[in-house]
Design a protein around this ligand. Structure first.
Ligand SMILES: *Cc1c(COP(=O)(O)O)cnc(C)c1O
Length: 360
């Protein structure tokens, strides 16, 4: 076996310790005589897994009691529709456009009501987070929507927007459980777990209770109503049992390793190593304005497509995989989620240094 340093944006690197635990339980979970993937979602064993996963997450994120934690299928992309369907009472919402994921969310919300794009960084290829201190919040907006960490462009909000009393909805897919968040500042937080917490096919939506009602838009499918998920403990139908189980393991791993404060410190250390090198390099350049840099996704370029290609090939020879940038940005992108060890980033930087020496 030879595991590589996997810098994929998602599905992404998992803690090796968790993979080993899962391997050891794959034939028999506890004394159940079966694998978790063979288990009824209504069984006592699975019920304990579901509640354990939720409780560990509640503890990690200090989720207040008046928020529900929902485990939903359909990915983060399906929440792009679920958000307006569940929240658009006035059929108006304000969106901040910071890249591909908000563009998709905006496109979806437009199916249901009026969307005001109240700030955007599209003028500079989404390389920064717009100023959010005094936004033209619409009087009748049902909510204000952001993507807090932009996976593709590598930007992250250093502070939350002033929503002037409106509920904040945040897609945190690529920064989920990477640092502490003050949940009480949001109406809704949701994340596809395959970036930082588990396997694909599960989204965790954390929704303030008063936003979970029957007053969805007419025609909202039963499965897309948060109320259906909340009333049925995320078990209206068969949930993604396997992903819930794996996320539970990852949440426990985070807890064992000091919780979200410790994760943030580790992530800052890793990111600083890479950004400091990028700032000093004569060959490689980060593409994001300094005040908007993500701790999780670090895009960079040489400015020469041929060199980029050559560098990606050299990485491959050195056990560094999935470093190619998103097709809409080009260059390279290093996703350095919780499970990427410091040594992985150090290895990447040393390969970059060697490459720079040969090409400058
Ligand atoms: C990956 C990603 C999504 C899409 O997730 P799916 O689970 O594939 O639908 C949405 N938003 C952000 C910020 C992402 O990183």
């Amino acid at each position: 076996m030879s595991r590589v340093y996997n810098f994929s944006a998602g599905p992404a690197v998992m803690p090796e310790e968790v993979l080993t635990e899962i391997r050891d339980e794959v034939l028999e979970y506890g004394s159940s005589g079966m694998s978790v993937m063979e288990m009824s979602h209504r069984s006592k064993d699975f019920e304990a897994i579901l509640h354990g996963t939720e409780n560990t997450l509640r503890e990690l994120m200090s989720i207040p009691d008046n928020y529900k934690v929902l485990f939903i299928q359909g990915g983060a992309s399906q929440q792009f529709a679920a958000v307006p369907m569940n929240l658009m009472r006035n059929k108006v919402a304000d969106y901040i456009n910071t890249g591909n994921w908000t563009k998709k969310a905006i496109q979806e919300a437009k199916l249901f009501g009026k969307v005001n794009v109240i700030a955007s960084s599209e003028d500079k290829t989404f390389s920064y987070i717009p100023d959010v201190d005094d936004l033209p919040i619409s009087e009748d907006a049902d909510y204000v929507y952001i993507c807090q960490n932009n996976t593709i462009y590598g930007t992250r909000y250093s502070k939350l927007p002033d929503t002037k009393g409106k509920d904040l909805v945040a897609d945190v897919s690529s920064m989920f459980v990477s640092e502490p968040l003050d949940v009480s500042k949001y109406g809704v937080i949701y994340a596809g777990v395959q970036k930082n917490a588990g396997p694909a096919g599960l989204v965790v939506s954390i929704v303030r209770e008063d936003l979970i009602t029957d007053e969805c838009l007419p025609g909202t499918p039963t499965m897309l109503k948060w109320k259906t998920q909340a009333d049925n403990d995320s078990m209206y139908n068969t949930p993604n049992t396997w992903a819930i189980y794996v996320c539970g393991k990852v949440f426990e791993w985070i807890k064992r390793n000091g919780g979200l404060t410790a994760m943030k410190e580790r992530n800052e250390k890793k990111a600083a190593l890479l950004y400091d090198y990028l700032d000093s390099s004569k060959l490689f350049k980060g593409t994001v304005r300094k005040d908007s840099r993500s701790l999780m996704n670090v895009p960079f370029i040489t400015g020469n497509e041929e060199l980029d290609k050559e560098f990606i090939a050299v990485c491959g020879e050195n056990g560094i995989k999935n470093i190619k940038g998103h097709r809409s940005v080009g260059g390279m992108r290093a996703s350095i989620y919780n499970a990427m060890p410091y040594e992985g980033v150090a290895k990447l930087v040393s390969v970059m240094e060697d490459f720079e020496k040969k090409h400058i």
